[in-house]
Ligand binder design. Sequence first.
Ligand code: HEM
Length: 144
Amino acid sequence: MTMIINETLRLYPPVLGMTRTASREIRLGDLLLPADIELVILCLVTHNDPEIWGEDAHLSKLDRFAEGITKAAKNTMAYLPFGLGPRTCVGSNFAMIEVKLALSMILQRCTFTVTNLCTLSSASHRPPSTWSSDHSSCTLNKGS
Ligand code: HEM
């Protein structure tokens, strides 16, 4: 279930990005950032980068997370659904438990049927070039 949640948070991060302000002039790789500059870090971009996740970056593949978050991508800093560093989400563990509880309750009462419809809604926040008929969608059926 953790793999499902991790891959869902990668493809559909509820928080699309974070901002940081440089408190002083600082070098970041090849970039020299002046003091007070505002940086926008879009996890929607890092989560979908084929150079980091492979050519199938736009597809839902739970196996990516089979060996945990740190081994899922080429760059361990690329996966940011809860942010990173000293201001990382304080509720991330709680949120993960909440999702697992909610999913467990849904699975006790309902079943999912996988359909192979190409749904634009499943990819609507990504550029059309990444839309694919490989996207499956699910129908939720109320249990008896
Ligand atoms: C799926 C659910 C959640 C997601 C995706 C999420 C995501 C995030 C992100 C991206 C940040 C910004 C981190 C950064 O700037 O580096 C953040 C901060 C924060 N989150 Fe969450 N969050 C979730 C649930 C929660 C819950 C359940 C709580 C509290 C019970 C919570 C409390 C906070 C707080 C207090 C901060 C600010 C931390 C700080 O600035 O020091 N979050 N969250």
